[in-house]
Ligand binder design. Structure first.
Ligand code: AMP
Ligand code: MG
Length: 406
């Protein structure tokens, strides 16, 4: 049995980086960028109006008020998409809409509400004294040309999509999605939606894996529930090892009489790097490599499987996709945490903020078969082994589940 840290170090040595591909902007959500995005032009691209109104020379409005308006000659119209090339001279102005280029000569915008309004007349009354730069969005005030907008390795969310679009990227280079096979084993497993017979239970792990894998950004190429039977395991796995970047199993890697998964991996030439890790839950954790495939055998207990995926598989999928390693948070325990004498202890937990500090508590349900412990949770708490429980007020590592809020 090796420690969690030793196991992580071994895994690190075997993680391949996936290749890249060019993907259209409307399909890049949740993918990981494989290029640095820089601004090829400043933002705003040109001086433009922040308001619908009149582009004026500010000095022409000196002394203007509701009771003492200044009358200016209206010489042109600049609208968004149709800039005017007329120069505004002394005593002149131009209608200028939100987003429209500021005509040459003008240096301020007076809102239409502070004038006699838009009309076809060639003069307008200005009711407000303004100053140079008023209501003008200056070229480059948000972003300078050449600035780094999004670093390589960023997961693409609506914010990145919007920014990419506003800088004209119709397609971007992203890391390929890991191609994965997931399978569950057990004669007792029945698919949800069907009736259970004596001694049977529903397969929940593969549903959890499917959703987690999608959120992580992987492509599930193969997915199956397999009986505790060598032949079926052999045929599924030999196919998976040929076509996938990663194979993830749930169940069948423990010490049970019918736990064949590890044996079949070996028959197929998988190199075993470790099989047992000093952790609770999930001690029988298998990690091996095929020619081009990483293999994780997670134990079948639902909490072990779920936490195992989040702690072991998820970070590896992210590294394969070029994402920098996630930094864990530290929280202050509001309740004691049951450490194990020899094993790293993981439990689902709840973290929240109190006066700007992250505080947390473990789920009251601590059994590895108690999947409902994940319902209220927004994180996985983790502690090194220790003789006594961690006490209230002590620090603990917090792995926030990225789709939950704190
Ligand atoms: P195993 O690792 O195969 O010894 O399974 C450990 C426990 O997890 C047993 O109680 C299994 O019935 C249960 N289990 C295994 N696979 C699944 C699954 N796909 N969904 C829900 N429970 C499972
Ligand atoms: Mg089993």
């Amino acid at each position: 049995m090796i420690s969690v840290q030793e196991a992580k170090t071994i895994i690190q040595k075997h993680i391949p980086r996936l290749g890249t591909e060019t993907v259209q902007l409307n399909k890049v959500g949740n993918r990981v960028l494989a290029q640095e995005i820089t601004a090829e032009f400043p933002m705003p691209r040109f001086d433009n109006s922040a308001m619908d109104g009149f582009a004026v020379r500010a000095s022409d409005t000196n002394g203007a008020s509701q009771t003492n308006p200044v009358t200016l000659k209206m010489v042109s119209v600049s609208s968004a998409g149709s800039p005017s090339d007329v120069t505004v001279g002394l005593g002149e102005c131009a209608q200028c809409m939100t987003g429209a280029k500021i005509p040459n000569g003008a240096d301020a915008i007076v809102m239409v509400e502070d004038t006699s309004g838009f009309s076809d007349s060639n003069s307008v009354e200005i009711y407000l004294e303004t100053h140079s730069g008023k209501h003008i969005r200056k070229q480059g005030e948000e972003i300078k040309e050449g600035e780094v907008l999004i670093p390589n390795g960023t997961r693409i969310t609506p914010s990145e999509i919007g920014t990419l679009a506003s800088f004209g990227y119709g397609e971007v280079i992203v890391f390929k999605k890991p191609r994965i096979a997931i399978f569950g084993t057990g004669d007792e497993l029945v698919e949800p939606g069907n009736k259970l017979s004596h001694g049977q239970i529903y397969n929940s792990n593969l549903y959890v894996f499917t959703d987690l894998a999608k959120r992580a950004g992987a492509d599930i190429i193969m997915r199956r529930v397999i009986k505790d039977d060598r032949e079926s395991l052999h045929s599924f796995l030999s196919e998976a090892l040929k076509s996938c970047d990663m194979v993830i199993s749930s169940g069948g890697v423990s010490m049970g009489r019918f736990d064949y998964v590890r044996e079949v991996f070996m028959e197929l030439g998988v190199e075993e790097h470790f099989w047992k890790v000093a952790q609770k839950p999930g001690k029988p954790l298998f990690f091996g490599t095929g020619e081009t495939t990483l293999i994780f055998g997670l134990p079948g207990n639902p909490v072990s499987s779920y936490i195992g995926f989040m702690e072991w598989v998820w970070p590896v999928l992210e590294t394969m996709m070029g994402k920098p390693e996630k930094k864990f948070l530290t929280g202050i325990l509001k309740e004691s945490f049951p450490r194990d004498k020899e094993k790293y202890r993981f439990l689902f937990g709840k973290a929240w903020l109190e006066a700007g500090t992250i505080v947390c508590k473990p789920s009251a349900k601590t059994g590895s078969h108690m999947l409902s412990s994940s319902l209220e949770a927004n994180c996985i708490l983790g502690s090194e082994p220790g003789d006594k429980p961690l006490k209230m007020g002590e620090k603990i590592r917090v792995n926030i589940l990225s789709w939950k809020t704190i």
